[in-house]
Design a protein around this ligand. Structure first.
Ligand SMILES: C[S@@+](CC[C@H](N)C(=O)[O-])C[C@H]1O[C@@H](n2cnc3c(N)ncnc32)[C@H](O)[C@@H]1O
Length: 420
């Protein structure tokens, strides 16, 4: 989705957040603070811009964990003054320092003001020696007071939910135990309206892959879908959002979509330039993943996936031209199934397109049905007939033989003339 409108409600400021916030942001004015600081990676984070002509980078190197925590504590304290009574702060972090940061949040905002820890979970393809593959980040939500605003979002029931739970009302009895609500005659009362289940604290939203159209090339860029969800639970239209470490400006775009006022701060001028450029023309990846349902997102047919896995190849999701990659001693081999309604030429075309710039030594196309009579097969493509296709051919020959026998047709197709 792109946009070419003016975005007056968004302001991007190049400054050090710890200096700018106390001087320029009015006390008790901000409904949502989204704090996405450096995570204590002890590295310089670098990435090529989308056009690959420049490199975006920012340092995430600290003298010690103490220096880092002091910096974060300072910014947290300054942010606290700016929140309204109903406001919430979301602190984004990962396992590099989340154990320290949760305690720091307790210190600055108070243990009682802890609201939730969101686990943002995503799929990643990477090697991870001697430990599990890290595929989540943490977002701590704290309020300034107990009067915080929280918009309840309901989601669909999971397919495993018991039908009684959906249809029957429940209440707490005098001992605080949850029971089905009953009328005077002891009949269980039906639920008034189907509400669904409250949004969980585990959010499965895809990580922006390097080729995603939404990707700007800024390191640590967050998906707009994630920002959007944060706004949906904490803000109404017109509310003011502060983003002290705005980076590529994803929260700004989400604020704009939700008609909220927004100030984004970053000390990196390149980030601010990118934000200003992006607000005039942004793109949002349309993800099919809703509340943890990856099934719609990963669209490879189960039978194809099963086959690809059974030959120890890697299934490839969301790719029109390749279904799997097999790693042989000679090199990588691409695999694809011919789809229904697809000719061999069409299948080869898509496979070739998807293989461009990929180091594939060969491609295997699995033929599943007859198409045109003459296919031009490139040298590096092998056509293999699927078992179903082979069987269907055998069955059709056997079927014809039976028919021939029935109709008394000889092998040359001529009807025998029988004389009594
Ligand atoms: C994790 S990134 C933010 C990513 C951003 N949320 C996005 O979606 O693109 C952290 C950002 O903080 C900025 N930064 C670091 N120290 C800062 C400071 N003292 N004041 C303002 N920005 C700072 C870095 O330049 C970097 O862009």
């Amino acid at each position: 989705m792109t946009n070419m409108k003016k975005t007056n409600s968004l302001q991007y400021i190049c400054a050090e957040a710890e200096n700018y916030i106390p001087k320029h942001i009015i006390d008790n004015s901000v409904q949502l603070i989204y704090l996405d600081p450096p995570f204590f990676k002890q590295d310089i984070l670098k990435m090529y811009s989308k056009d690959e002509n420049s490199i975006f980078s920012f340092p995430d190197k600290w003298e010690s964990i103490e220096t880092y925590l002091e910096f974060i504590k300072d910014i947290l304290s300054k942010c606290k003054y700016k929140l309204t009574e109903t406001g919430l702060i979301f602190l984004h972090c990962d396992t590099s320092a989340n154990h320290h940061l949760r305690l720091l949040m307790d210190k600055v905002f108070g243990k009682d003001c802890f609201v939730n820890e969101i686990i943002w979970a995503y799929k990643r393809w990477s090697n991870s020696a001697m430990r599990l593959l890290e595929s989540h980040q943490n977002i701590f939500i704290y309020s300034k007071t107990k009067k915080y605003k929280f918009n309840h979002i309901m989601t669909d029931y999971s397919p495993t939910t018991n039908i009684d739970q959906i249809l029957q009302s429940r209440e707490r009895d005098e001992n605080g135990v949850v029971r089905y609500k009953k009328d005077k005659n002891d009949n269980i009362l039906p639920i008034k309206e189907k509400k669904g289940v409250p949004l969980r604290d585990v959010w499965e939203i895809p990580f922006l892959n390097p080729k995603a159209k939404e990707r700007t090339g800024y390191p640590t860029q967050k998906p707009i879908e994630l920002m959007n969800r944060i706004i949906n639970i904490s803000c109404d239209e017109g509310d003011f959002i502060l983003d002290p470490f705005c980076g590529s400006g994803s929260m700004g775009i989400a604020a704009y979509i939700n008609n909220c006022k927004y100030i984004g701060i970053d000390k990196n001028q390149e980030a601010i330039d990118l934000c200003n450029k992006r607000k005039m023309n942004y793109y949002i990846s349309q993800s099919a993943v809703i509340d943890g349902n990856y099934d719609d997102f990963f669209n490879l047919d189960n039978e194809i996936k099963y086959f690809i896995s059974s030959i120890n190849a890697i299934p490839i999701e969301r790719n029109k031209g390749l279904d799997g990659i097999y790693s042989s001693n000679e090199g990588l081999i691409g695999i694809r199934f011919q789809r229904t309604e697809e000719s061999i030429s069409e299948a080869i075309y898509l496979m070739k397109k998807a293989s461009e710039k990929k180091p594939l030594i060969k491609k295997i196309l699995i033929k599943t049905h007859d198409s045109e009579l003459f296919d031009i097969i490139p040298e590096d493509v092998f056509i293999v007939e699927s078992l179903e296709y082979k069987l269907s051919k055998i069955i059709s020959v056997l079927g014809n033989n039976n028919l021939k026998k029935k109709n008394n047709i000889n092998t040359k197709g001529l009807r025998r003339i029988t004389h009594d």
